[in-house]
Design a protein around this ligand. Structure first.
Ligand code: SF4
Ligand code: ZN
Length: 484
């Protein structure tokens, strides 16, 4: 941090400034004040710096603070750097948004033959940003086609997940989620600076070449902004997502001696570490164990590292010596113990991009699962947004975890607490999306009627009424060991 003090100083500002200096935060001002030197605090020793020229003052501040901004060469009209990755674009500052709960959208990367695509070709099919009203939501399909001698379909999810990072690097652009659950905002300032939809293509072409040049030779990007195209292409993308998920079927945590870390979200949640195992994917839903392994193959020094499980400390809760040692280090000593299968005892931390929140409903001796898209009330008395802010940020919050949707269907889903049988409530939409797979899992655990016993918002969003309903239908959670 640094302070820019412009155009005047009164008693309050002087006192605040004194506090800033004491905290080691330099002040850069256009006022004619005596320069103050506090040894050992700021990059250039002086901590109150004069710079009367407003054109130079920000650069001066960056230097005084010792901030290194590395700009990649990306041909877009807004600044582009990793420094902007954690930036949010709030609703009042948004010119246009895509996806989220507001419009259909997806992002999908696929491998093509070399002669099938043209390197650097960027097309926008449908309206450009100039035809989009301030405050509006539009559909968006981002299709990236890549080719390369070393490119294999195994790498597709890894490259695809970089879209999140790269688009966030642009100042005034916000990206969240992945696959067909992404959400993008372009700020009014970015629009004013001349940012167009096609610039997403410029970013993706430049960065994929820059960071994955060893794998991809050609990159072509097509941006679809008309609803009819996005809806036409969604099934193909969804089919690819489903077949990626299916590759893991049958793999177990016991069968491997190595899990993988993911620390890609440390730009938002600096101490957060996802531990990805064959039976528990990353909480954003984008990284399976196979994906993390492929990412490590591509970039051995990147955000996905192999973690040897080491000695088993608790097979039921999922505690391994090697995992804890890794997490302690990667969380900068914030978290020294995690369980992979428990929600109550030292659960895994969450960043902010979980697909669902699993939260304890103490009255019902069970848990509810709430997906990001659900905006209504829940039996815990909190909506998703409130739940998300208490779960996220890289903290350990017993009773609450962020998870990827597919983890709900895993045999290891909160298995320390009895697994799927604990689920007493979830929004109708999520229940229906899991549909037959949820029914199959219920049958597998000897609870064929569980699907109908799990309440949703059409039954109730009130904890007391929920307990009555669970008793009426004979939900197994009521007769399980106490959760708390
Ligand atoms: Fe990686 Fe986890 Fe972030 Fe997904 S949520 S990108 S798995 S750190
Ligand atoms: Zn995240």
């Amino acid at each position: 941090a640094f302070v820019l003090l412009l155009g005047g100083v009164d008693e309050t500002k002087a006192a605040t400034g004194g506090g800033a200096l004491a905290a080691g935060v330099p002040i850069i001002t256009d006022l004619d004040l005596p320069e103050i030197i506090v040894p050992g605090v700021c990059a250039h020793e002086e901590c109150l710096v004069k710079e009367p020229d407003h054109k130079k003052i920000v650069q001066k501040a960056i230097e005084a603070r010792g901030i290194k901004v590395k700009l990649a060469q990306v041909p877009i009209p807004v600044p582009f750097s990793a420094a902007f990755e954690g930036e949010r674009v709030r609703k009042p500052d948004t010119h246009v948004q895509f996806g989220g709960k507001y419009s259909p959208a997806f992002e999908y990367l696929k491998t093509r033959g070399t002669d099938e695509i043209e390197d650097g070709k960027i097309s926008v099919i449908g309206p450009e940003i100039d035809a989009m009203d301030e405050g509006s939501s539009h559909p968006l399909g981002i299709v990236i086609e890549v080719s390369g001698r070393k490119m294999t379909p195994d790498y597709e999810p890894i490259l695809e997940r970089q879209i999140h990072k790269y688009i966030n690097y642009a100042m005034g652009i916000f990206h969240m989620g992945q696959r067909d659950m992404n959400w993008i905002r372009i700020s009014k300032d970015a629009k004013k600076a001349g940012f167009k939809i096609r610039h997403f293509g410029d970013i993706l072409v430049a960065k994929l070449h820059d960071e994955y040049g060893a794998i991809v030779d050609r990159v072509q990007v097509t941006l679809y902004t008309a609803a009819k195209d996005v809806e036409r292409l969604l099934p193909e993308a969804r089919k690819a997502f489903a077949s990626r998920d299916a590759r893991l079927a049958g793999m177990t945590d016991e069968a491997v001696d190595t899990f993988y870390s993911c620390t890609l979200c440390q730009s938002f949640a600096p101490d957060h570490v996802c531990v990805v195992s064959p039976e528990r994917l990353g909480l954003c839903g984008a990284y399976s164990w196979l994906d993390a392994r492929a990412a490590y193959e591509i970039t051995p020094t990147g955000g996905n590292q192999p973690i040897k499980k080491g000695a088993t400390e608790d097979a039921v809760k999922g505690i391994w010596h090697g995992i804890n040692t890794f997490v302690k280090d990667a969380s900068h000593n914030r978290v020294s113990k995690i369980t992979i299968y428990s929600i109550m005892d030292s659960p895994m931390t969450s960043c902010g991009c979980f697909e669902c929140v699993v939260a304890i409903v103490p009255e019902a001796n069970g848990v509810m699962v709430v997906n990001r898209e659900y905006a209504g009330e829940t039996p815990a008395g909190m909506k998703f947004t409130t739940l998300a802010s208490s779960v996220g940020g890289g903290n350990q919050t017993p009773g609450f975890i962020g998870v990827g949707r597919l983890y709900i269907l895993s045999k290891k889903f909160i298995s320390a607490e009895g697994g799927l049988k604990r689920v007493v409530w979830m929004p109708k939409e999520l229940k229906e999306a899991l549909g037959d797979r949820l029914k199959a899992r219920s049958a597998e655990i000897g609870e064929p009627g569980l699907f109908d016993k799990i309440a949703d918002e059409s039954v109730t969003t009130d904890a007391a009424a929920l307990v009555q309903y669970l008793a009426k239908v004979g939900h197994p959670a009521l007769s399980m060991d106490p959760l708390v």
